[in-house]
Design a protein around this ligand. Structure first.
Ligand SMILES: *Cc1c(COP(=O)(O)O)cnc(C)c1O
Length: 228
């Protein structure tokens, strides 16, 4: 299947999930996750009408940037963990950072965005599972971070983001999506919810997702290079 065919199929699935949830498909953005794949997949998806993309490493996007960034209307978000020594590069190269997980990162991103004269939309990543490998701030630390954000004038809080523990069963993710939505309703009413991936985006849409991040269903399996 071509990327264009996959895109059309996923859009149909988004429409179906929205219809079941009595939501409008216009409320759910599809983010194409191009990490690990060559830059050509971005060109191909863009030619098929896709504009919003996600990469999970600053360096990887830096390599693809010269080829892909001139594409009309392209928006690239960072969806992987951000280290403080990469905040300047991230603010420069990305159109949004969806994985802000500390005050320090927020402050550094804000300073970098300010120096560039740009306003950066951010999502705050929340850690809802106990897995070591998962990133994000603890839910109890969210109010303090949100209280500080208005003083960071070059960041716009666009919503919350989470990655549930991996499971073959999409239903296993539902409680995590519900929890993120509760936190949003409580602390950032009306803001976005970046949640749902290839295996569970229909469940995420039912639970209120405003941005699903889809890699495998669109671009196929990621073939990681063998470790050196
Ligand atoms: C890789 C990745 C995705 C896409 O996952 P798929 O299961 O391939 O759709 C979504 N979100 C984040 C944060 C990722 O790192």
């Amino acid at each position: 299947m071509s990327i264009a065919e996959n895109l059309a199929r996923i859009q149909n699935q988004i429409h179906d999930a929205c219809a079941r949830a009595h939501r409008s498909p216009g409320e759910v953005a599809l983010m194409a996750v191009s990490k690990v794949h060559p830059v050509e997949v971005i060109l191909e998806a863009h030619a098929a009408g896709q504009h919003l993309f996600g990469e999970n490493r600053v360096q990887e996007w830096q390599q693809k940037f010269p080829t892909a960034s001139p594409l009309e209307g392209l928006r690239m978000h960072l969806i992987g963990p951000l280290q403080s020594n990469k905040t300047t590069k991230a603010a420069e190269l990305f159109d949004g950072v969806d994985t802000v997980d500390s005050l320090k990162i927020a402050q550094r991103l804000d300073a970098a965005a300010k120096a560039l004269g740009k306003v950066l939309p951010i999502h705050i990543e929340i850690k809802l599972s106990h897995e070591e490998s998962k990133h994000g701030i603890q839910p109890e630390d969210l109010p303090a971070l949100l209280a500080y954000l208005p003083s960071l004038q070059n960041l716009t809080p666009a919503g919350l983001m989470t990655v549930p523990p991996w499971s073959e069963d999409p239903e296993a993710a539902r409680p995590y999506f519900q929890r993120l939505r509760q936190l949003r309703d409580q602390h950032l009413p009306g803001a976005g919810l970046s949640m749902g991936m290839s295996g569970d985006f229909a469940v995420a849409i039912a639970e209120g997702s405003t941005c699903i991040r889809v890699g495998t269903a669109l671009f196929g399996k990621r073939l990681y290079p063998a470790p050196a």
